[in-house]
Design a protein around this ligand. Structure first.
Ligand SMILES: Nc1ncnc2c1ncn2[C@@H]1O[C@H](COP(=O)(O)OP(=O)(O)OP(=O)(O)O)[C@@H](O)[C@H]1O
Ligand SMILES: [Mg+2]
Length: 270
């Protein structure tokens, strides 16, 4: 127990992460946290899901423990394991167990990537039981009242093989994220990329056009994150067009014809 108390500070966010409210997501998240309801964040890459969780952890004054899920993530990576130290075996809590004990927000990023055995772990924690079974220790922990499970996933990458089961989905309230409206997105790009609002607005206009040509074969449009990258390059002396090609067009696709179309969109904007 003392070990978890010590580490609580390590997961606490001390200064406010900038987050521009784009709807009622903050109010909904606060209500869900108050009601101890697990939250699912859905949306395309780079639209602000992680930033939102960081901001809400700061607002709610709760530690934040993030786990990036991948296909080799076993339940024991979340729960913990016995480790051999000198001549004795000692138990080490995994990130989920730590969050359950200390009353943190546990953020499972890209949860569809995780192995199926993780759902066995998540289920009793995300219904009214709020318990975590540590089979290896024969221990069942009741979650701290402030424990909150948050998962994220990108519905665009959904496939039959990698989808959340209904029994998992229906344990969460879901907040749907998209790209912010142009005026908001320009404010975000200006603030994060440290460029003037006019330059930010031009980048956002270009992003709007790129997002509109999705039917030509782009799997996803240019994200807010990429717009900020373009702004970062511009701020560091790269010309607008070159910055857009490097940060907005090239990362999106390897298809030459699509690249041409994207370049034309930049030229139209000049
Ligand atoms: N509403 C917002 N307020 C402030 N910054 C934002 C907002 N939306 C996006 N951003 C900016 O966009 C960047 C990318 O967002 P973030 O990393 O949260 O995306 P994400 O949705 O978690 O993406 P992924 O699914 O790839 O993990 C952030 O670092 C932040 O600078
Ligand atoms: Mg993220």
């Amino acid at each position: 127990m003392p070990r978890t108390h010590l580490s609580k500070k390590a997961y606490t966010i001390d200064s406010e992460p900038f987050y521009l409210d784009t709807g009622d997501e903050m109010r909904l998240f606060e209500a869900a946290a108050a009601a101890r309801l697990p939250v699912m964040l859905k949306g395309p890459t780079g639209c602000g899901k992680t930033r939102f969780v960081e901001h809400m952890a700061y607002r709610l004054k709760r530690p934040l423990i993030t786990v990036a899920c991948h296909e080799d993530l076993f339940a024991s990576d979340l729960i913990g394991r016995y480790l051999l130290k000198k001549d004795e075996t000692v138990w080490m809590d995994g990130p989920l167990t730590r969050a359950v004990r200390m009353g943190a927000i546990c953020y499972l990023d890209e949860v569809v990537e995780a192995r199926k055995d993780t759902t066995v772990v998540i289920h009793p924690l995300t219904d009214n039981r709020r318990t975590l079974s540590i089979d290896k220790k024969g221990e069942v922990i009741q979650a701290h009242p402030d424990f909150l499970m948050v998962i994220s996933y990108n519905p665009g990458y959904q496939s039959v093989l990698k989808d959340l089961k209904q029994s998992t989905r229906q344990r969460f309230v879901a907040l749907s994220f998209g790209y912010p409206v142009p005026a908001d997105e320009a404010r975000i790009v200006a603030a994060e990329g440290k460029v003037d609002v006019d330059t930010a607005a031009r980048l956002v206009t270009l992003a709007g056009k790129i997002r509109n040509i999705r039917e030509h074969g782009l799997t996803e449009g240019a994200s807010t994150r990429l717009l900020i990258y373009a702004a970062d390059l511009i701020r560091n002396g790269i010309a607008f067009k070159r910055a857009c090609m490097t940060a907005l067009c090239q990362p999106l696709t390897d298809d030459d014809r699509l690249q041409e179309t994207l370049n034309d969109l930049i030229d139209d904007l000049q």
